[in-house]
Every structure is written in structure tokens, then in C-alpha cells.
Design a protein around this ligand. Structure first.
Ligand SMILES: Nc1nc2c(c(=O)[nH]1)N[C@H]1C(S)=C(S)[C@@H](COP(=O)(O)O)O[C@H]1N2
Ligand SMILES: [Mo]
Length: 420
């Protein structure tokens, strides 16, 4: 078995023990993992050394994949320059203004010119009574593979909104980040005011985020302050937040609308592999692992299907809905959350976790990542394709119900396996 598989499984202690015990049993797909644990067998040396290189549920803030734009990249500016342009906690200022051409009726604007812009101390004052934290996977609509998993902490955007004394004619919130004062580099996004004021379907609020995984938000992650929209793809979570414009326009102005993106698309569920042996001995069971992104409609199952490489896609079944899929094991919550959390603990008060036990309230957790594993029965020599998919909580098999690429990645992954 590959090192990566060992590494990956070893963080999920209950599962890994059962997984390795079951390796001998050809044809076994992993059984449901009970919540109770018995004594662990000592790990062998290879496994033990692999433990130090685990992939974790949460991503350390500096291990996120960075796709942000800018020349120069705002987080690469010198400390001196950052301080000058408001990219430090000491010098950050947020403007909140009414759209001059399509004005919202406000009691007050917050502006740099008259010294009323919100500063970091002001944000921290609001944080004392209003801060929230929630887990969320950051995924770029255009890339598909998640950039990282964090517990994002911030003040709900509506707390700032209400301090403008807004009364009417506000239909949308436009917001933008620092962009080297160059209009061509502007990166902006927007939300309907309703999403800012209310959290539908038990979603966490849209926040002005200043911490991730218990640490101050780094410059690379968009610090000192970024927007985080829980259910959205990354482009809605504007980094280096500098200005909010309240408008009576009804339509979006998102940078991501250019480039044919579907900017109203919430996160989709999909599965992908992490470790697959590319060459396998005939008749030998094949251990595979992967992750699933848990989109807005949740994940009820992860399924896999190993088919001869020659298997053709039928015209009436372009998404292999009729294929003989079998269930993989969705791994339980890990014992080690990773992500450089202070004391390795989920920060107290994190939404989605029980305050007393510290355990997740539901699993797989919506808008997060979950891991899975399966042992595929041995097969005769030949070329194969392994596919995996999620089934959401409404029973829709990936990439349904929203199969189009420009609303976010959900295509069924195919991995080649040669058995010889
Ligand atoms: N100001 C600004 N914010 C931005 C971007 C950007 O280029 N500039 N990129 C967006 C996109 S497209 C994504 S996918 C996420 C990535 O967030 P991350 O760098 O924390 O992973 O940031 C978003 N916020
Ligand atoms: Mo993105």
C-alpha cells in the first residue's frame, strides 16, 4: 500500500486500525465505524513515521493554496508599505458609503476623509459581543480542488451595516479589497442585502473575518480583514477588505461575473481521491482514500465504481447514474483536527460544535471537507477506471443537480488503475 494511504488513514485512528485489520479480507468494503474504541495495537514503524506527515481536516493558514490576484500581490508588499496602505491591524480603515448614483438612505457614512472610517479597534469592540466562528472550506469556483479548510472568525457584516443607520433604498451590498490603487486590479463582489441581514437555512452569518484557526488573519489569507461568505465559492470572500458600498442597484457587480462564471452558485458537493495505487496485483484488494466537499445540499454517501477502462458512457446516462456504484466509508470526525489550532482544540463557541462535548453536531459537516476510504475487491488483470461521487442529502448523485462547470466543479473524477 502507498505511504500516502497509510499517512492519511493514521490520523483517523479508529478507522485506520480497522482498515489495516481488514486489509487481508478480500472484497470487504469497510464496515460502519462505531463510536466506541478499544485498545489500539501498536503501529508499525512505517506507519508511525508517516503519522508525522498527516493531511489534516483543517489546513494550517500558511498551507492554503493562494490564487489571489494583484501586481504586486498585496500580501507581498513590504511591511512599511502595508502599514502605509492600511494592510496592518494598526492602520486598517474600512469605508462604508452610500452609492452616489444609486443612493441608499443612510444616517451616517464611514469615511477616511472625515476620520469616521471603521478601524481595527472599533471592529474588536464589536467582536467583544458579536463575534462568531464557523468551519468552512475555501474553494475557488474555477479550480475545484479546495484551497484549504479553516475555522473563520469575525463580526457579522450586518453589525457594521446597522451602524450606518440605514433606513431604505438598500438592495445590495458591494464590497472591494485593496488593489494597489489601480482600477484595473480591482477585485470586488456583492450580496443581496437580505443575505447580509438574515441567515437562511441555519447558515452562519456573512462576516468581516479577522482570524482563521484561532490566529490573526495573515496578510496572505486577506488580513487584516476579509469578508467570508459561508456558503459561497472563494470569489465572494474578498480579501484585504477596504470599502463597502451600499447601493439601491438590484444587480451584482462581481469581478467574477466576467469570465462566464455563475456568481449565484452556492458550494456543490463532490468527491475526489487522495490516494489510489496506480498499479495493482490481480486479485488483490485495492485500498483507496479521498475527500468529499460537503456542499449546500450535504453529503449522505460517497460511492466508488471500478470499471474496465473500455466502459463507454451511454448517451442516455451521461453522469453514470445507472452504474453499479458501491458505498465507501465516510470517516468519522478525526481525533486530531490539524490546522495549527491553539492547543489543538476547536475554538470554544465554534458554530456546528457542541459547546459541552466539543464534538461536531452533525457529520459530515456542511460546507466542510470530509474524508473517505474503501477497499475494492480484487479484480483480474486489465486497465480500469476508478470513479467516485457524492450522493447529497436529497439523493442527487454528483454532478447533479447542478452539473455545469461554470457554477463550480462537480465533474466525476476518473483515475486509471492498471492491474497486472
Ligand atoms: N481582494 C481580493 N480578494 C480575493 C481575491 C483576489 O484576487 N483579491 N481572490 C478571490 C478568490 S477568486 C478566491 S478563490 C479566494 C481565495 O481565498 P484564499 O486565498 O484564502 O484561499 O479569495 C478571493 N478573494
Ligand atoms: Mo477563485
Amino acid at each position: 500500500m502507498m505511504d500516502a494511504t497509510r499517512r492519511f488513514l493514521s490520523e483517523h485512528e479508529f478507522l485506520s486500525r480497522r482498515f489495516f485489520l481488514s486489509l487481508g479480507a478480500a472484497g470487504a468494503v469497510l464496515a460502519q465505524i462505531p463510536g466506541t474504541a478499544t485498545a489500539f495495537e501498536p503501529r508499525n514503524a512505517v506507519l508511525e513515521s508517516a503519522v508525522t506527515k498527516l493531511e489534516s481536516f483543517l489546513t494550517a493558514p500558511d498551507k492554503f493554496r493562494d490564487v489571489s490576484r494583484g501586481t504586486p500581490l498585496p500580501h507581498k508588499l513590504s511591511d512599511e508599505k502595508k502599514s502605509e496602505v492600511g494592510l496592518t491591524r494598526e492602520t486598517w480603515r474600512l469605508e462604508v458609503v452610500s452609492d452616489a448614483e444609486h443612493p441608499a438612505k443612510l444616517g451616517q457614512q464611514f469615511q477616511k476623509s472625515d476620520g469616521t472610517a471603521l478601524d481595527f479597534a472599533g471592529l474588536m469592540k464589536l467582536a467583544e459581543t458579536h463575534s462568531v466562528k464557523f468551519p468552512k472550506v475555501m474553494t475557488c469556483l474555477n479550480i475545484g480542488c479546495p484551497l484549504g479548510m479553516g475555522i473563520w472568525e469575525g463580526v457579522p457584516l450586518r453589525e457594521i451595516f446597522w451602524r450606518t443607520g440605514a433606513r431604505e433604498n438598500v438592495r445590495r451590498v458591494y464590497y472591494e479589497g485593496f488593489h494597489n490603487d489601480d482600477p484595473k486590479q480591482l477585485f470586488r463582489s456583492s450580496l443581496p442585502i437580505g443575505r447580509v441581514l438574515e441567515d437562511p437555512y441555519d447558515l452562519p452569518p456573512v462576516i468581516l473575518c479577522y482570524k482563521v484557526n484561532g490566529e490573526w488573519l495573515s496578510s496572505e489569507r486577506g488580513g487584516p480583514v476579509r469578508i467570508v461568505v459561508p456558503e459561497a465559492y472563494g470569489f465572494k470572500s474578498i480579501k484585504w477588505l477596504s470599502k463597502i458600498t451600499l447601493t439601491n442597484l438590484a444587480h451584482s457587480n462581481d469581478t467574477y461575473a466576467d469570465g462566464n462564471n455563475d456568481i449565484d452558485s452556492p458550494l456543490k458537493s463532490f468527491a475526489a481521491t487522495l490516494s489510489v495505487p496506480n498499479i495493482v496485483t490481480p486479485g488483490e484488494p485495492i485500498p483507496v482514500t479521498g475527500y468529499a466537499q460537503v456542499g449546500i445540499s450535504g453529503v449522505s454517501k460517497v460511492q466508488i465504481w471500478l470499471a474496465p477502462a473500455s466502459t463507454e458512457k451511454s448517451k442516455d446516462d451521461p453522469y453514470f447514474q445507472q452504474a453499479p456504484w458501491s458505498d465507501a466509508e465516510v470517516l468519522p470526525p478525526p481525533s486530531n483536527w490539524g490546522g495549527n489550532l491553539p492547543d489543538g482544540q476547536i475554538p470554544p463557541g465554534t458554530l456546528g460544535f457542541d459547546p459541552v462535548s466539543g464534538k461536531p453536531r452533525s457529520w459530515p459537516m456542511r460546507l466542510a471537507k470530509v474524508h473517505w476510504a474503501a477497499l475494492i475487491p480484487g479484480v483480474p488483470a486489465g486497465d480500469y477506471k476508478l470513479r467516485c461521487r457524492t450522493i447529497d442529502e436529497k439523493g442527487a448523485g454528483q454532478p447533479l443537480p447542478r452539473p455545469f462547470r461554470k457554477s463550480g466543479h462537480a465533474a466525476i473524477e476518473e483515475v486509471s488503475i492498471t492491474v497486472k
